[in-house]
Design a protein around this ligand. Structure first.
Ligand code: CIZ
Length: 330
């Protein structure tokens, strides 16, 4: 039975008895209920370890579109659950804590974005995947950081493009493609907290290390990076490079997969501006815990729903992204 207090909380806070072995019970529940656990690289390591599949937003969407499972438990933030639900309307999609939103998605309220689009007729609208379903509904093509460059370049050079919501990613794509896309003024609270000064300090302490940065960072940060790319691209670079130490300028959850893939290499997290040490974490991703995952599977709640009229519009730009990515072999 779903209790009102759980609904009010957005997650199930029923205590899990000490005698419950969470990891084995979670796997048992998955089997019993034909559920698949998908986790983003930015979640806690313990969540990534129990998941059936770990990836970035592009890989998670591609996997969700093909899964045969009855239930998808999306361990990530709300828009990732929405994307899965939009792609798989007949499946039950669960996110262990509905409070796991995304600062970037919230920096682009759908009504304001729709007004902006309306004020610029003749523009093609490209939206980063970190948006709500309602914002995707006023979009022509969705992109992730793994395919943004290629998708933008798939349009003619003189195409008039609106790019939202990440001004840092948009301006980076403008700089490497020579485009002049009109940018929405949004940003991710985690990537905004990195500073070039801190990275340069770490560079002094670890002169052999290469700086790997995510394009959601400010351009002052990207200027001191050796490699700029999505989580998947940074992972691939670290695995293939002969370098053995890396300063990692993105959400620190990615270090788990990096360290797993390259156990003999050193990965150094960059603390947020103003902190002497530590990691730069997304507090929303960290809301996903093993206890909540267990309760979510047990009660099949909280469930992601997307109003049908929104889903019908939002599915088109997501499919456009998946189609273009497939054509380009991404
Ligand atoms: O696309 C994603 O999953 C995000 C938010 C970052 C990345 O580069 O993987």
């Amino acid at each position: 039975m779903i209790k009102k207090e759980w609904v009010d909380n957005g997650f199930i806070n029923e205590p899990v008895g000490k005698e419950v072995n969470l990891k084995s019970e979670i796997r048992k529940l998955c089997e019993e209920k034909q559920a698949v656990i998908m986790a983003h690289y930015y979640t806690e390591g313990v969540i990534q370890d129990i998941a059936d599949f770990v990836g970035d937003s592009l890989a998670l969407a591609q996997k969700a579109a093909k899964t045969k499972a009855r239930i998808i438990v999306m361990c990530g933030v709300h828009f990732m659950g929405e994307t899965a639900k939009i792609l798989c309307p007949d499946k039950k999609v669960l996110v262990p804590d509905l409070n796991a939103t995304c600062s970037l998605a919230e920096s682009c309220p759908a009504e304001d974005f729709a007004r902006f689009v309306h004020e610029h007729p003749g523009y093609t609208v490209i939206s980063y995947v970190n948006t709500t379903a309602a914002t995707k509904a006023v979009t022509d093509v969705v992109v992730t950081s793994s395919n943004a460059r290629q998708i933008v370049e798939s349009f003619p050079k003189d195409e008039k493009i609106i790019f939202g919501p990440d001004r840092n990613l948009g301006s980076y794509i403008n700089s490497i493609t020579g485009r002049d896309m009109l940018l929405w003024d949004g940003a991710c609270h985690v990537h905004e907290r990195f500073s070039a000064g801190k990275i340069l300090e770490l560079k002094k302490a670890f002169p052999e290390a290469k700086v790997l940065a995510h394009p959601e960072c400010k351009d002052t940060v990207l200027k001191v990076a050796d490699v700029i790319g999505s989580t998947a691209a940074l992972l691939k670079y670290a695995a293939q490079s002969e370098t053995t130490a890396f300063i990692v300028v993105t959400e620190s959850g990615i270090l788990h997969e990096m360290q797993k893939t390259c156990p003999d290499k050193k990965f150094i997290p960059v603390p947020p501006e103003g902190n002497a040490c530590g990691c730069n974490e997304c507090n929303y991703m960290r809301l996903i815990t093993l206890e909540k995952l267990y309760n979510t599977l047990k009660y099949e709640w909280p469930e992601i729903t997307v109003p049908q009229e929104v889903a019908e519009k939002a599915v088109r730009p997501i499919h456009s992204m998946l189609d273009i990515s497939e054509k380009l072999g991404l």
